[in-house]
Design a binder for this molecule. Structure first.
Ligand code: SF4
Length: 298
């Protein structure tokens, strides 16, 4: 029985219940590596460790240790080791771009998991951080993103972002902090192709050096303000999705629709073959263990 929900799983269900079924009920992960997802995980490991202010070599050693502890497939862990060389220039670039601004804050929490009960469901997630402005005392949620797509049209709509609302909701309810603003911090992925004879490690190092040398282009930060009504409405939003999940689970009918402009869905081939018989496709996927229901939390 499904008993937990994250922002990511809620949005997957909203996008297409069929995709939710394959991804969270059958726990299927494509064998083909999703490097954007793996790089994002690696950057968050760095973000958690950077508060320790380790020397570069000690940082690399701790990151390697943390990668080894992840409950992720070996191929993903090996991919992370390859990407590690991209971390030092990316971290240096971030420090040079934002180090002076960061002096205005102290860290109240970093990479912290939360759980909030809604009926018989647990709303789960991981907060990148909460900062306190040293001058004003204001508390701010800190969200770190890795992305290639940013810009004014994204930032304009961030007050509608369900993840940010949900995390503010969780910080207020779970940790009793009065937080209504977010610092949205993006480390951008350069749109450069890997060379034909370039290995993955060199490619990620090259991207890191590009970020370091073109900092104004690859590091963006924006504050986002939310009303208390928008934050409070998150519980209703989750409850309505949970009700629909329960209905789908009870009936065994996971409606499949293919939203226009949908990101490439890893289960497209399955759907093109009718959607119900998936055994033939199993050599394309691995099945996550039951305790890894939400890969975004590992
Ligand atoms: S391919 Fe389309 S219809 Fe099928 S699961 Fe994915 S999003 Fe849904």
């Amino acid at each position: 029985m499904i008993d937990s929900i994250t922002d990511s799983s809620a949005n997957t269900f909203l996008g297409c219940p069929g995709q939710y079924f394959y991804e969270y009920t059958r726990r299927l992960d494509p064998k083909k590596l999703r490097e954007y997802f793996i790089w994002g995980t690696l950057v968050h490991i760095w973000a958690r460790l950077r508060v320790k202010e380790l020397e570069p070599q000690a940082l690399m050693t701790e990151m390697q240790r943390d990668i080894a502890k992840l409950e992720r497939p070996l191929a993903e862990q090996e991919c992370m080791y390859d990407m590690l060389g991209g971390i030092p220039p990316t971290a240096d670039g971030h420090l040079l771009r934002w180090g002076r601004d960061d002096l205005a804050y102290e860290s109240m929490m970093t990479e912290t998991e939360f759980k909030y009960q809604i009926g018989d469901f647990t709303f789960r997630g991981k907060i990148d951080g909460v900062l306190r402005n040293l001058d004003t005392g204001e508390l701010l949620l800190y969200e770190l993103k890795t992305s290639s797509m940013t810009g004014p049209s994204l930032y304009r709509t961030l007050p509608l972002d369900s993840q940010l609302r949900g995390y503010l909701f969780a910080v207020q309810r779970c940790f009793g902090m009065d937080v209504r603003r977010v610092i949205y911090d993006v480390i951008k992925t350069p749109q450069i192709k890997r060379g034909p004879v370039e290995n993955r490690a060199d490619y990620y190092r090259r991207m890191g050096l590009l970020r370091l040398t073109e900092r104004a282009k690859y590091y963006e930060r924006t504050p986002v303000t939310f009303t208390q009504d928008a934050i409070d409405s998150h519980e209703f939003w989750l409850a309505s999705i949970i009700a629909n999940m329960r209905r789908a689970e009870a009936s065994g009918y996971w409606l499949r629709w293919h939203p226009v402009n949908h990101w490439p869905c890893p289960f497209e081939e399955i759907c093109m073959h009718g959607g119900d018989d998936i055994e033939w496709a199993m050599n394309e996927f691995i099945v996550r263990p039951e305790n890894a229901l939400h890969p975004e939390l590992s």
